[in-house]
Design a protein around this ligand. Structure first.
Ligand code: DX5
Ligand code: ZN
Length: 221
């Protein structure tokens, strides 16, 4: 089991060739396929839904990680579970009863994640952390790929890692999402993230060169 997992975000892939790009991610050593689900309400953009997740499922054996940036995620969790997702995260800002929603995700035997916007206090995740498998820290404002990593939020991963370790929750992973690239991935991993989501950082330019470099950096830590 690798300590650091690379999760290419399909948001920066070629939507006209999604199956091909998913296959490419698997063949070139990705660990997780990150799927950004946006509804035009919780975030300004609209992307993809469970039908697309179902369509790409046959193209990879890797876990598919559905990051739900949508209002009322409970309504769609069964559809994403049926579509073949392995991990489902919901934004705490969109969910009034987080414990209930995390339990709902787990009732489908899926890994349950809590996602936090960059300025949402970490405390929002603290009391629910023990019911989650991973916590996704946004390091850009959700909605679009290709944004700049917000440097000052690096400390959040450190503080969250410290909280988890102190409370016997070492198994809860931290996923950092937004602006992760080869020039900052080392410090993000050192701050405590073990799942690194990267869209434009991997898909801009040569994917193979980018992911090999990222693996090399993470292997050295
Ligand atoms: C943003 C998404 C991210 C994003 C990552 O709302 O959740 O997954 O696509 O893309 P980059 O790595 O380009 O910031
Ligand atoms: Zn995402």
């Amino acid at each position: 089991m690798k300590k650091y997992k690379i999760a290419p975000s399909l948001l920066s892939s070629d939507f006209a060739n999604l199956g091909r790009d998913v296959e490419m991610c698997s063949e070139l050593g990705a660990d997780i396929i990150h799927v950004d689900v946006m509804d035009g309400h919780f975030v300004p953009n609209i992307t993809i839904g469970p039908m697309i997740v179902k369509a790409i499922r046959p193209y990879t054996k890797l876990p598919i990680d559905c990051h739900l940036m949508i209002e009322n995620p409970d309504r769609y969790i069964p559809d994403f579970a049926d579509s073949g997702a392995d991990m489902i995260s919901v934004h705490t800002e969109a969910v009034p009863h987080l414990h209930r929603t995390l339990s709902f995700i787990k009732s489908f035997n899926k890994k349950a994640g809590i996602a936090l916007n960059p300025i949402t206090p970490l405390e929002y995740a603290f009391s629910a952390a023990e019911y989650s498998d991973f916590i996704l820290l946004m390091s850009v404002n959700p909605g679009f790929g290709g944004q700049q990593f917000i440097e000052s939020y690096l400390k959040r991963a450190e503080n969250l890692r410290e909280f988890l370790d102190k409370n016997g929750l070492n198994h809860v992973e931290i996923e950092v999402d937004g602006g992760v690239k080869n020039d900052n991935v080392e410090k993000i991993a050192k701050a405590g993230a073990t799942m690194l989501v990267s869209g434009s950082g991997l898909f801009s330019g040569d994917f193979k060169t980018n992911i090999n470099k990222m693996r090399e950096i993470l292997d050295r830590i």
